[in-house]
Design a binder for this molecule. Structure first.
Ligand SMILES: Cc1ncc(COP(=O)(O)O)c(C=O)c1O
Length: 436
């Protein structure tokens, strides 16, 4: 008995020394770009993830919309193991067995024709911008068609091109000058869209449901008008589906609840179940503007990531996960709406499928911290919108487990001061009314 307790003490001691060493390496040698707590996640299973002390968390953040099949999903593990032992990389100078089939499957899901694979969302946004530029140049008056439109509160990534069409000043300003010729249109404001959609525009980039911006859906009226204007002006309508696409909202793509197909679609996050893989997809009329040498990527579309992407999409189809996303999403939203009636600092619950935001009129950070303490992973965008992006494999029981944790978090957290960042209730109501 004595010997066993000694062993346990020694193990715990060395575990904490290992933790200290990991955190010290991170603090001395990682660039200072993220505020992180001192916990280290070591492994996960299904919708749960575990930290270095073995504490279990229900994951309602899913690696920010990446771990759509949860952790260590057996189908993904099988594919990754198999391909890791065959060929992880062969270069884009040659075909691999999975890139073509994954492109075909994405084309079928999206209504697009051709695909280019990348390593990240931002890289896919860059490629989509280049494709829109070169396609516009081939149209009458094309030499002048170089401007981009994006929406207020948009987020499209951190590389210079993607950053140029990302709206919040805090991300853009420190790195200016960026790509010139970008205008931001007010969300769902058709008059503003019409005023800014000039002949010089080569593309408008829209998240059909804004993610980082606070889970704001695009209205059908706005989308339809953007579609019409893009066609009239010879510009591309680009859907950034990096966060809201590939099943997240209960449809294959979030634009599928709107009237009219985009010309270019951008995906990434969950595509290879957590391995880095993104893509931009285009209708033939646009894709035809690329020729060998105009665009490329060393890692994009390798055999390991594409095989895993195929398994990811097959699993969604085989396990009928779109129906599960709709059913679990409806339960989660209904439960959160009930809480909104109880806690007066909840202004709004909005979203589709398993992409849900709870808009608070107070700072959200203390609620995220309390959730962590209670074993629930969530995050907060725009300082006051709690964001839920759980895995597609979520069960009804896990929805209830999550709801009871959220209720306890909302009840136990000392109410913070009113958030300065909250827009006026009337502005928010206008945005929501327009979105319906
Ligand atoms: C809508 C949207 N576009 C682009 C990006 C950038 O993707 P990545 O971080 O993979 O470069 C993100 C990331 O959060 C996103 O949510």
């Amino acid at each position: 008995m004595k010997a066993r307790s000694k062993k346990t003490t020694r193990k715990a001691g060395s575990a904490s020394a290992a933790t200290k060493s990991v955190l010290s390496d991170a603090s001395l040698h990682l660039m200072n770009t993220y505020k992180r707590s001192d916990m280290i996640f070591t492994h996960g299973r299904g919708c749960y993830v575990f930290d270095q002390n073995g504490k279990k968390y229900l994951d309602f953040l899913g690696g920010i919309a990446v771990n759509a099949l949860g952790y260590s999903h057996p189908d993904l593990v099988k594919t990754i193991r198999r391909e890791a032992g065959r060929a992880v990389h062969v270069s884009n100078l040659f075909h691999n067995p999975f890139q073509g089939p994954l492109a075909a499957k994405l084309a079928k899901w999206s209504g697009m024709d051709r695909v280019f694979f990348t390593n990240s969302g931002s890289e896919a946004v860059e490629g989509a911008m280049k494709l829109a530029r070169i396609a516009a140049k081939k149209k009458p008056g094309g030499a002048a068609k170089t401007r981009f439109l994006a929406l207020e509160h948009s987020f499209h990534g951190r590389t210079l091109g993607a950053l140029s069409i990302t709206h919040p000043l805090k991300y853009r300003e420190p790195f200016e000058p960026l790509v010139p010729g970008v205008d931001f249109v007010r969300l769902n404001d058709v008059a503003d869209l019409e005023a800014k959609f000039t002949d010089e525009v080569c593309a408008i980039v829209i998240e059909p449901i804004q993610g980082e911006g606070g889970i704001y859906p695009i209205s059908n009226e706005f989308w339809k008008r953007a579609r019409e204007l893009a066609t009239q002006r010879g510009a591309a309508l680009i859907a950034d589906e990096i966060q809201c696409g590939l099943g997240r909202t209960g449809k294959a793509f979030a634009y599928q609840r709107l009237e009219g197909l985009p010309d270019i679609v951008i995906v990434a996050k969950p595509l290879a179940g957590g391995l880095p893989l993104g893509a931009f997809l285009a209708r033939e009329e646009f894709a035809a503007s690329f020729a060998p040498g105009l665009h490329g990527s060393t890692f994009g579309g390798g055999p390991l990531t594409c095989a895993t992407g195929l398994t990811f999409l097959d699993t969604i189809e085989r396990k009928k996960l779109l129906a599960n996303i709709r059913a679990r999403g409806a339960e989660l939203k209904a439960g959160l709406k009930k809480m909104a009636a109880k806690f007066d600092f909840i202004r709004e619950v909005r979203g589709e499928g398993l992409m849900i935001g709870v808009d608070l009129d107070v700072d959200g950070a203390p609620y995220v911290a309390e959730a962590l303490k209670q074993g629930l992973l969530i995050n907060c965008t725009h300082d006051h919108i709690l964001r839920f992006l759980p895995p597609y494999i979520l069960t009804a029981r896990q929805v209830q487990e999550g709801l009871s944790k959220i209720e306890s978090v909302l009840a136990r957290t000392e109410r913070p001061a009113k958030s300065a960042a909250v827009p006026s209730a009337s502005a928010a109501a206008e945005t929501l009314a327009a979105a319906r």
